[in-house]
Design a protein around this ligand. Structure first.
Ligand code: PMP
Length: 516
């Protein structure tokens, strides 16, 4: 029975029609390592080389045999999967293992508390929620101090001190205190602001979509949650200006001998700076270590925490477990998802530095599915596989990535008129094409202007070369390459062959063949 033929498509029906129009509406029926398989009209199984790698979730390959065996054993042994609000030593094992890695890669002995989630966007929502809770508690602590100062001022007035109301109004201490409290209540309610580098992608939930720079994804939802200012990382002056533009104060009272003055104290408004060490959906862009070091100084000076989103770059893909370790950037928060689930489960975590951790967060943030034993145990085993043999998988990621990058760079050198740039680290690699919106081919020009040209290239590569390659979400003229660490030399050669054919057609401006 063909479900598409005899039932109208209701599961994201527009998406299916669009994929089908580009030749991408294929149903995969099996997967292994870096291959996905489908059946053609005659029933023959066709192998497709998968360079999308589940958008970064299959660093250990599709259906990794050790993880499959382990998952089966968990199910066969009736492991309790949903036993919320009980003791979960397996979750603590994962937390400890992640901490051990963080200690090693960031050369620190400070621990991170670990909160569990179900997706990358959710792990980032946890981080921004916690940062906001921390900000609100700090404001509460500041207001409590102000109240103590008010009490001291009232006592001082009773003993003959005088009050200078400026810049507030009031002819006696009671009026000054009333004006101060009213102003502070208004100021304390200032909504939080986030900062993030231009191009950032942190998810598509109501909070995280505000941190995702992509105009089309973000703008329909800007009324839903706190806003983000996007800043160019290579311009520290702009970042300082953004921090200055958001700085606000609370009023306080200072007792100075027998004079009482109204003074101002800082009010934290910027909740966090959020970044990806290697930007994924912006077109695979590695942050500059010098720019990150300067950023850290600015943020430390203003006591603004850094949320490092390792959802795509983490789990060994860069050649280290945390891509931020290459930049020497120890996040106050670190988020992981995608490959954390070993390509099988949905798992995500948010690591929060002990020195910033607010224990009350655990009482107000939970999810039915987060920290379930099945996904957490699979995640633990996936991390153990990465750590095995002194980090052999990290070395493999670096070595396979270098090989892939060398092949792509040779293509860029040969076809510089078509290929604009090749970037990446380890197995997070992008190939950017020159803009084709002025192409003599109407098809190419139109697809480029519509911002979807990368998907047309994907359709061609799948149809003609049995290769699965997709563009990055926010920069669609960049193709992403995120295979598993098991990608072979032959598969890299196969990738080259397909890309060479694609580039040759682009150079010939043969939009018709590319569209199929
Ligand atoms: N952060 C980054 C850096 C990502 O690349 C993504 C997904 N592309 C997300 C967050 C969102 O993850 P998810 O799709 O699991 O919500």
């Amino acid at each position: 029975m063909n479900p598409v033929a005899d039932k109208p498509e209701l599961a994201e029906p527009y998406m299916f029609a669009w994929l089908a129009s580009l030749g991408l509406g294929v149903e995969y029926t099996r997967s292994k390592k870096d291959s996905l398989y489908y059946r053609d009209a005659g029933g023959a199984e066709i192998e497709v080389l998968d360079l999308v790698g589940g958008y970064g979730s299959t660093i250990l390959g599709h259906n990794n045999p050790e993880l499959i065996e382990y998952t089966k054993s968990l199910l066969d042994s009736d492991t309790p999967i949903h036993a919320q609000f009980s003791r979960h030593p397996y979750a603590n094992n994962l937390a400890w293992t992640l901490n051990t890695i963080a200690h090693r890669e960031f050369d620190t002995d400070e621990n991170y508390a670990v909160i569990f989630a179900n997706s990358g966007a959710e792990a980032n929502e946890v981080a921004i929620k916690h940062a906001e809770m921390d900000r609100m508690l700090k404001i509460g602590e500041a207001l409590a101090e102000v109240e103590a100062h008010i009490e001291a001022a009232v006592a001082a007035v009773a003993s003959g001190a005088t009050v200078d109301a400026s810049p507030l109004r009031g002819s006696d201490i009671d009026e000054v205190v009333a004006a101060l409290r009213a102003a502070n209540a208004e100021r304390a309610a200032t909504p939080p602001v986030y900062l993030a580098p231009v191009g950032s992608f942190h998810g598509k939930l109501a909070g995280t979509i505000q941190l995702t720079h992509n105009f089309a994804y973000r703008t329909p939802f800007i009324a839903m949650a706190a806003q983000c200012r996007f800043v160019p990382l290579d311009q520290p002056d702009v970042i300082s200006d953004a921090i200055a533009a958001e700085s606000r104060t609370l009023f306080d009272l200072a007792v100075d001998g027998d004079a009482i003055r109204v003074v101002e104290r800082p009010l934290p408004v910027i909740s966090a700076f959020v970044l990806e060490p290697i930007q994924g959906e912006a077109g695979i862009r590695i942050l500059d270590a010098g720019a990150v070091a300067r950023l850290r100084e600015l943020l430390d000076a203003a006591d603004i925490p850094v949320i490092v989103d390792e959802v795509q770059s983490g789990m060994g893909r860069s050649g280290a477990f945390f891509a931020a370790s290459h930049l020497g950037l120890r996040g106050d928060y670190i988020t992981l998802a995608k490959s954390l689930g070993g390509g099988i489960a949905k798992a995500a975590v948010t690591l929060i530095r002990s020195s910033r951790y607010r224990a009350d967060f655990e009482l107000v943030h939970t999810s039915t599915f987060a920290k379930d034993s099945l996904s957490t145990l699979i995640a633990l085993r996936a991390v153990e596989l990465l750590e095995a043999d002194g980090g052999a998988v990290y070395r493999l990621a670096a070595q396979r990535g270098d090989k892939l990058l060398a092949m792509l760079r040779a293509l860029r050198d040969e076809f510089g008129d078509v290929v604009k740039d090749v970037r990446g680290k380890g197995l997070m690699v992008g190939l950017e094409f020159h803009d084709l919106s002025g192409s003599a081919s109407e098809i190419l020009a139109e697809q480029a202007r519509g911002g979807l040209i990368g998907y047309m290239f994907s359709g061609y590569l799948l149809r003609e070369h049995n290769m699965r390659v997709f563009p990055t979400a926010s920069a669609t003229s960049t193709l992403r390459f995120e295979p598993s660490v098991y990608i072979t030399d032959e598969e890299i050669t196969r990738t080259e062959k397909g890309l060479r054919a694609l580039i040759t057609l682009i150079r010939a401006e043969d939009g018709k063949t590319l569209l199929g």
